[in-house]
Design a protein around this ligand. Structure first.
Ligand SMILES: *Cc1c(COP(=O)(O)O)cnc(C)c1O
Length: 357
């Protein structure tokens, strides 16, 4: 006997990357920032009082939103806080998509999107990226023809690491009839100069997702936020959000993290430098590597290697090095490697050399 809804019965849940216990593993599989959070975050954690825990938190995470508003030169009405970026994705479906109506994604994309659509009982219109991992030129027209109310686009893209420019995003937002959610989970690692946030003044259907999980080294905290026009965000803020969706600890620590931009920027800089080194080192070993604007690299195992990507993943795992392998059509010959510290990169490369020999 099952009590679950029919679509829940039929669907498959999200498969998270492995989270091993213990510190002996070189963990390059879930795109965490390899550097610790700001010392000011740790100081804010020590300052959490019993009184803070006794009381309900601010319903809107007001302290955090004020900090985010200052950072982005926006008002708190143009921001909404969420329990990780993932909650914002779910809220976007709840708020903008009639159950049963389609949402749009690219193929491949972040594997959580189709799972959220299945929970919502919404079909997924998926547009295959072209050979260069670019959007098909008629993407927006196709989605409009299918009456799509919400398009989920990860930029920079996962798992390729490629970046659409702000002007490409702007064109998409003007062409799409529905809401365009640009998932900027990895935007902190993009080379400086890329800015999509200012487009919310021009496009009232543009919703930008940010998270503190990656750029601010706080995946364990569960804090993200959305950026959009006041009119777009109002129904989420006033109606669909849980009453206290961000807890008091996340609110305080998140504000401290955003306040210490210097510390976060140092980690982004270090990740970019290491991304460049890893890309070069993998190419020297015959891997095909896409230029990445994120904190991971997608690398195709050299054709002449006598080992498949799946075997390479398993061999690394046996040696306590975790990377990600997707057994899906376009990705099955590649491994995705999160950018680690220089010592972790060294460990990875030494073991790759042994496995490829
Ligand atoms: C990490 C990630 C998120 C959000 O993660 P949270 O930890 O829930 O904030 C959203 N989209 C993509 C593509 C991600 O990789």
């Amino acid at each position: 006997m099952t009590y679950a809804r029919e679509n829940i019965e039929q669907m498959h849940g999200y498969t998270p990357g492995e989270q091993p216990l213990g510190d002996h593993v070189i963990k390059l599989n879930t795109n965490e920032n390899p550097w610790p959070p700001s010392p000011q975050v740790m100081a804010a954690l020590r300052d959490i009082s019993a009184e803070t825990l006794r009381r309900y938190p601010s319903p809107s995470a007001a302290h955090f939103l004020a900090q985010a508003a200052a950072l982005h030169q926006l008002t708190p009405e143009q921001l909404v806080a969420s329990n990780g970026g993932d909650e914002l994705l779910r809220l976007a479906l709840t708020t903008f998509v009639t159950p049963g109506a389609p949402i749009a994604v690219t193929e491949p994309t972040y594997s959580l999107y189709p799972v959220l659509a299945a929970i919502h009982d919404s079909p997924v219109m998926s547009a295959e990226l072209d050979a260069a991992w670019d959007l098909p030129v008629d993407f927006a027209e196709r989605m409009n023809a299918a009456a799509v109310a919400l398009t989920l686009l990860v930029n920079p893209h996962a798992p390729s690491g490629r970046l659409l420019s702000a002007s490409q995003i702007s064109t998409l937002a003007s062409t799409l009839n529905g809401v365009l959610l640009v998932d900027e989970a990895y935007v902190d690692f993009v080379d400086p100069g890329h800015d999509v946030v200012s487009l919310i003044h021009k496009h009232d259907n543009l919703l930008i997702l940010r998270t503190l999980s990656k750029g601010y080294s706080l995946a364990g905290l569960r804090l993200g936020y959305g950026i959009g026009s006041t009119s777009l965000l109002a129904p989420i803020k006033e109606k669909t959000r849980d009453s206290y969706n961000v807890d008091a600890i996340a609110e305080r620590l998140g504000a401290a993290a955003l306040a210490d931009q210097d510390s976060a920027r140092q980690t982004w800089h270090a990740v970019r430098a290491e991304r460049e080194r890893l890309t070069k080192a993998l190419r020297e070993r015959g891997f095909h590597v896409i230029d990445s604007q994120t904190n991971f690299c997608l690398a195709w195992v050299p054709a002449e290697a006598r080992i498949t990507a799946g075997e390479l993943y398993a061999g690394l795992k046996e040696r306590d090095i975790l990377v990600r392998h997707f057994a899906t059509p376009r990705l099955s010959d590649a491994i995705r490697i999160s950018i680690g510290t220089p010592a972790q990169t060294d460990g990875l490369l030494a073991n790759l050399d042994e496995l490829l020999a």
